[in-house]
Design a protein around this ligand. Structure first.
Ligand code: TXA
Ligand code: MG
Length: 337
């Protein structure tokens, strides 16, 4: 199929495609999403097909109005209200008990649904023009880093989806925080993201931190966390702050015949680049906001280069740094050097 390259001015056309049951990629403030009408099961199935996404990994629904929540979630608790008030529109997904006319495939058989209101103007306008909530995972092929630019979506999904709305580069660069509020007595972060644990705790009190697979008995987790989502072609090694150090890490890799890619701050690149290294800057040292914005772009960048191994910088796990380290550790399969 032909994938239409759409602009901000084509939102009506994009909404029409969505209403007809097609899938269209659109920008959000976190990463690009791959949207379909969340009440149309055939349409939602096309998302899984285009991405090659395992069928047991549920999708987030995106709304543009608070009124829509009552239609799709039961028992919107006081804590859920508070989180919505403080962080919506924005990068926080709330998991609630579901109800209403959602396509069964959206929630992959779970009794809960993840909902968020994105803050990107194009996303909001598109949802409103469509008149339906949009089911939307990140618009990458399964196994690739999430797309932070329309070109990334094109590279992964050209020919497989009906359109892409180009809204430039996304802001946060990492996906939303997934907060499980299906039991309001035990709020839990299932995936760290744009809104930190500290920010959430400031408004609703203690929040558990349970990303990825913990004890198997501790359901429900974000099912998506069991897949290695962010696996670039080249192996990634995280250079630990208290580890070997950059010089020795580079030496060790080069001695093994590797071509080293440095995914690091300007300062580290300045200090350790050489004629043989390939580099991608994550911004100023210690600036985890900029590093988060650039991480996925950087991982994709190295796929186009001769680098055979990526040495990546660790950031402090504060604020968005927690989400940065979570995605980086997934990309590196937890390997440190
Ligand atoms: O920022 C984002 O959240 C982006 C943009 C497009 O909105 N979307 C996104 O979707 O990252 P996706 O599908 O790539 O990741 C959704 C995550 C998965 O880990 C999934 O398992 C989890 O949310 N999830 C969705 N519904 C859930 C539910 N009912 N219970 C637990 N986890 C859920
Ligand atoms: Mg994803």
């Amino acid at each position: 199929m032909e994938t239409k390259w759409l602009k901000e001015t084509d939102i009506k056309a994009a909404a029409e495609l969505l209403r007809q049951g097609e899938v269209v990629s659109f920008p959000t403030e976190t990463v690009y999403g791959l949207g379909a009408d969340a009440t149309n099961d055939q349409a939602v199935k096309k998302i899984y097909e285009a991405k090659g996404r395992p069928a047991d990994n549920p999708l987030i629904i995106h709304v543009a109005d608070l009124d829509q929540i009552a239609e799709y979630a039961v028992e919107v608790s006081e804590k859920a209200e508070t989180v919505m008030q403080h962080f919506w529109p924005g990068p926080c997904t709330i998991v609630l008990k579901k109800k209403g006319p959602l396509a069964p495939t959206v929630t992959a058989g779970l009794s809960t649904v993840g909902i968020r209101m994105p803050s990107h103007p194009i996303a909001l306008e598109l949802i409103r023009a469509c008149g339906k909530p949009l089911a939307a995972p990140s618009a990458n092929s399964s196994g690739k880093p999430s797309p932070t630019a329309a070109e990334h979506v094109y590279r992964d999904l050209n020919g497989k989806i009906s359109g892409i709305i180009d809204g430039g580069e996304t802001g946060v660069g990492l996906e939303s925080t997934v907060l499980d509020l299906s039991n309001p007595d035990q709020p839990a972060i299932l995936r760290p993201g744009g809104i930190s644990q500290a920010e959430l705790e400031a408004v609703i009190g203690p929040v558990l931190f349970k990303p990825g697979l913990t004890e198997e008995t501790e359901a429900p987790m974000a099912p998506g966390m069991k897949y290695t989502h962010y696996s670039p072609v080249e192996p990634v090694l995280i250079v630990a702050k208290d580890g070997t150090g950059w010089e020795r890490a580079i030496h060790q890799c080069e001695a093994a015949g590797e071509r080293v890619g440095l995914l690091a701050s300007e300062e580290i690149i300045h200090a350790f680049k050489s004629e043989t290294t390939v580099t991608f800057s994550l911004g100023k040292s210690g600036d985890s906001v900029t590093a988060s914005k650039r991480l996925f772009k950087g991982l994709r960048f190295f796929e186009e280069t001769e680098a055979t191994v990526i040495l990546a910088e660790a950031y402090d796990r504060e604020g968005i740094g927690e989400a940065y380290m979570n995605r980086l550790e997934k990309a590196a399969a937890d390997k440190y050097i």
